[in-house]
Design a protein around this ligand. Sequence first.
Ligand SMILES: CC(C)(COP(=O)(O)OP(=O)(O)OC[C@H]1O[C@@H](n2cnc3c(N)ncnc32)[C@H](O)[C@@H]1OP(=O)(O)O)[C@@H](O)C(=O)NCCC(=O)NCCS
Length: 183
Amino acid sequence: MSGRLATVELLSEGTLEHLAESLVELDQFVVAEMAELFSSEPWLTRHFAMPLPDKWNLSCVATEGREVTAFVIGSRIAPDTGYIHRFVVAPAARSKGVGSKLLDFFHSKAGALGLNRIFLEVNRHNSGAVKFYRKNRYLACDDEQIRNYLIMRDKLEEAKLGDSFYVEEGFPDEKCVMQRMIR
Ligand SMILES: CC(C)(COP(=O)(O)OP(=O)(O)OC[C@H]1O[C@@H](n2cnc3c(N)ncnc32)[C@H](O)[C@@H]1OP(=O)(O)O)[C@@H](O)C(=O)NCCC(=O)NCCS
């Protein structure tokens, strides 16, 4: 794997059919690699395939042949707000600009859809990812922004993706919510 961005494209239901195996394998690897920092279970094909608002207009993959180098899964959680569910770059492709290029591609799709804000969650001890997002102009949310975010996220029925239901259970200390304005 060279790490160069051979192809970056939207993830569609059609491309998912060809890439599901590679996506599941990469996700499984990274969840195991980051076991201390990821609260989520590895995603199966059905998680990648789950329909969510504008998911197929926002989620994108970097591929080399049938091998997935990096992927971002996003959806719309409010009329003007997007959310990043998953962001992964394969270990061999890291620190070569792949993640930043994929994020730029994602932001351009989000802007074209009329979104002006993106939220994401990251474990605050995942210092590499926090640094990466800061470098890409994401800022940690204050308490009020987190409350607003949680109300939107609730409506998303994120529980279907295997994550916990934060509003009722309280927000875990290790989680950091970050946002970026894109317009
Ligand atoms: C975080 C991640 C997506 C970054 O992708 P990437 O392709 O390596 O990032 P880029 O090459 O575009 O950007 C590199 C910049 O991000 C930051 N960065 C990325 N990984 C880092 C690390 N492990 N340690 C410190 N800084 C890091 C640095 O600022 C770096 O710039 P520099 O090399 O000039 O210091 C990737 O490392 C990854 O997939 N990690 C595992 C999964 C993960 O944590 N996902 C996020 C969950 S919310």
